[in-house]
Design a protein around this ligand. Structure first.
Ligand code: RFL
Ligand code: PHB
Length: 390
């Protein structure tokens, strides 16, 4: 088989890229090691920047997002038993974010791809990119015990942090930067109304907590937990009790509890691989960078990478210019590092670090106090949260 662009990974990066290229008449195949059902059931991000929503619209998958997504004009920082609202809309001159689950966006993208009869190969084992440094880029994979080869012009490595694309790059050609945080997030989904109309990010001596949502009837809650915590140790009852303890009284009393139907633990890490291009192989989204979820930036960075790469590929095929492709890594990394900084800062400000001494604790409190007294400080937070321009 031969295609113009072989895409490894059917997460938001791969699916969105496939959608943009397909609209421009560029043929793609998407290969994923997981099943279609697994991909559609994955629960992850919930907050989209307006830029991400606009990209989804431009790719032809914005209809349900605009109809069902919840625009949010602000969120609360809760600490010291009280709330401080960050008025995103006012502080940024009219910008907001949209609460719309990654699960829903993935479904919209998968359905759009299927409606246009574009090929996705699920449950592809041993996917490996080859020849991207020379003139014969191709991808091999196994299915039902048979090895297949797909020849292409370019390979897009959209296969997440644990994928095969980054691993195929020779060690001397890539530089990585990593910070692992000494805790994780335990998250649940439950069909109960959210505690508030907006998100609540809580800093508490017992650890961070986040009240988020997927709709007016579905809540997503997270609590900071130890790195080696086991999901099985957390009954719903224990989770709800712990969440209540970490919130100011007015929120704790307002929580509606109910059975959870998803419960999982995610580790927290910052990671960047440089560059994001190796000959005819491009790394996109989580394959190239990871941010802790505190700033809600992971999916949004995947979207901006796709924007830069799709622009480059379109220029290559339509205008016979490689200028934007050559600029891909630099452009993407410029935006990535700013989001890495913001996500690290939000994480540092809101979590309890096991080994923190009194000095660092006081600095964290001063950081939060500064935010409540300085419009300039709030503006810095707000402009990063709604998403830096691209
Ligand atoms: P994905 O979504 O990981 O998709 C990668 C795909 O590649 C496949 N794959 C392979 N296929 C073939 N061969 C291999 N060897 C393969 N290895 C992997 C996988 O099956 C998968 O289908 O990466 P992508 O597309 O770059 O998307 C990135 C986002 O998923 C991620 O950044 C966000 O979910 C991060 N994130 C959040 N981002 C936000 O913008 N806002 C949020 O509110 C937000 N909250 C979160 C989050 C991530 C979380 N977790 C679970 C880490 C909350 C959490 C708890
Ligand atoms: C979510 O709803 O899953 C979510 C929201 C905000 C974050 C992280 C995750 O910062």
């Amino acid at each position: 088989m031969r295609v113009q662009v072989a895409i490894i990974g059917a997460g938001p990066s791969g699916l969105l890229l496939g959608q943009f290229l397909g609209k421009a008449g560029i043929d793609t195949v998407i290969l994923d090691r997981s099943s279609r059902a697994h991909i559609l059931a994955r629960v992850r991000a919930g907050v989209l920047e307006e830029g991400t929503a606009r990209l989804a619209e431009a790719a032809g998958v914005g209809r349900r997002l605009r109809a069902e997504g919840l625009p949010h004009d602000g969120f609360s920082l809760a600490f010291d038993g009280r709330d401080h609202r960050i008025d995103l809309f006012d502080l940024t001159g009219g910008k907001r974010v949209i609460v719309y689950g990654q699960t829903e966006l993935t479904r919209d993208l998968v359905e759009a791809r299927e409606a246009e009869s574009r090929l996705t190969i699920y449950e592809a084992a041993n996917v490996v990119p080859h020849g991207f440094d020379g003139g014969t880029p191709h991808v091999t994979y196994e299915k039902h015990g048979v090895t297949h080869r797909i020849d292409c012009d370019f390979i897009a490595g959209c296969d997440g942090f644990h994928g095969a694309s980054r691993k195929a790059v020779p060690q001397g050609a890539i530089r990585t930067f990593e910070k692992v945080y000494p805790f994780g997030w335990l998250g649940i989904l439950a069909d109960v109304p959210p505690v508030d109309d907006e998100l609540v990010y809580a800093n508490h001596p017992r650890g961070f907590a986040l009240c988020s949502m997927r709709s007016r009837t579905r809540s997503r809650y997270y609590i900071q937990c130890a790195q080696d915590e086991k999901v099985e140790a957390w009954s719903d009852e224990r989770f709800w009790d712990e969440l209540r303890r970490r919130l100011p009284a007015h929120h704790a009393e307002a929580i509606t509890t109910g059975p959870s139907f998803e419960k999982s633990i995610a580790p927290l890490r910052s990671f960047v691989a440089e560059p994001m291009r190796f000959g005819r192989l491009f790394l996109v989204g989580d394959a190239a960078h990871i941010v802790p979820p505190t700033g809600a930036k992971g999916l949004n960075l995947a979207a901006s990478d796709v924007h830069y790469l799709a622009t480059g590929l379109l220029e290559h095929y339509q205008d016979r210019s490689n200028a934007a492709l050559d600029a891909y890594s630099g452009r993407a990394l410029g935006r990535v590092w700013k989001a890495v900084r913001f996500s690290w800062w939000m994480t540092s400000m809101l979590h309890r670090f096991p080994a923190t001494g009194d000095f660092d604790q006081k600095i964290q409190e001063a950081e939060l106090a500064y935010l409540t007294h300085s419009r300039a400080a709030e503006t810095v937070l707000a402009e990063n949260y709604v998403g830096l321009p691209y």
